[in-house]
Design a protein around this ligand. Structure first.
Ligand code: ADP
Ligand code: MG
Length: 247
């Protein structure tokens, strides 16, 4: 006669740990509700699938490296007249990720570019996508280091395992020639393959300033904007507004 203990052990051997952990209550529930064998078979596997998905999303959230959890629900669209809630909500079917399109948020400091990027990233993870948040500075450091070690290709490949890569604060520092080339390699590899969200304080006409070289700036910008949704944001810094209101 099988016992719960040895059935659970078998489920655990097969790594059906969620089923194993609640087998008794599932069986009890089935008996009480007199469900069919078919329904019971479905109940078991659905429970396991649900728990695996929850775990996967939790893991993806941890691996996304968001510097802080900024939710879209906390974004006050009344304070920001250059972008509407409807515009942002229309992105949340994630067709932009499925179609490998990019989002570019351009605007001065403090208007909420990073907040919106993280908010969209969180929703994407909840919808099942893999997301990575990285500052432009970190990304360039990582690419340069990989290039020094002769591992640039591997690095780019591993970054592009994500469905969406958020590159924050492009344009605060100029690139040197080597970094510029490495960054171009990354952009070129992501082109029509994975989605990016970029935030920057510089509009495209100023991009050659931080790429320092038109020959790389032009094809880089070209690839970024070819399939992209561009949001020009303006207004006053939210941080500054809050500070002034504190007085
Ligand atoms: P940016 O990336 O454009 O410099 P951030 O996204 O970092 O700006 O925003 C600066 C701070 O102000 C953050 O703490 C952010 O949560 C907050 N913030 C900016 N805009 C809004 C807004 N419209 N509603 C709520 N918080 C906002
Ligand atoms: Mg920012």
């Amino acid at each position: 006669m099988p016992t719960f203990e040895n059935i659970k052990a078998k489920y655990n051997t097969l790594k059906f740990n969620s089923i194993a952990s609640i087998l008794e209550s599932l069986v009890k529930q089935a008996e009480e509700n007199e469900i069919s064998y078919l329904q019971f078979a479905d109940l078991l596997v659905s429970e396991e699938l649900k728990n695996r998905e929850t775990k996967r999303k939790k893991y993806n959230m941890k691996k996304s490296h968001f510097p802080s959890m900024k939710h879209l629900e906390e974004y006050d669209f009344n304070c920001q007249t250059t972008i509407s809630k409807r515009q942002i909500n229309s992105l949340l079917d994630f067709s932009f990720i499925d179609n490998r399109e990019n989002l570019v948020f351009i605007g001065p400091p403090g208007v909420g570019k990073t907040h919106l990027s993280i908010g969209i990233g969180i929703k994407a993870i909840e919808a099942g996508y893999k997301v990575l948040f990285v500052s432009a500075l970190e990304l360039i450091e990582e690419l340069d280091l990989a290039e020094l070690r002769g591992e640039l290709k591997n690095k780019v490949h591993s970054l592009l395992k994500n469905d969406l890569i958020i590159i924050d604060e492009l344009g605060y520092l100029p690139f040197n020639k080597k970094s510029m080339f490495n960054f171009f390699q990354f952009i070129n590899s992501s082109y029509e393959y994975k989605s990016l969200i970029l935030t920057t304080n510089k509009d495209f006409t100023q991009w050659s300033d931080f790429f320092m070289d038109e020959n790389v700036a032009v094809p880089t910008v070209d690839r970024i904007i070819h399939h992209s949704h561009i949001f020009m944001m303006g207004g006053d810094s939210y941080r500054l507004k809050q500070k002034l209101e504190e007085r």
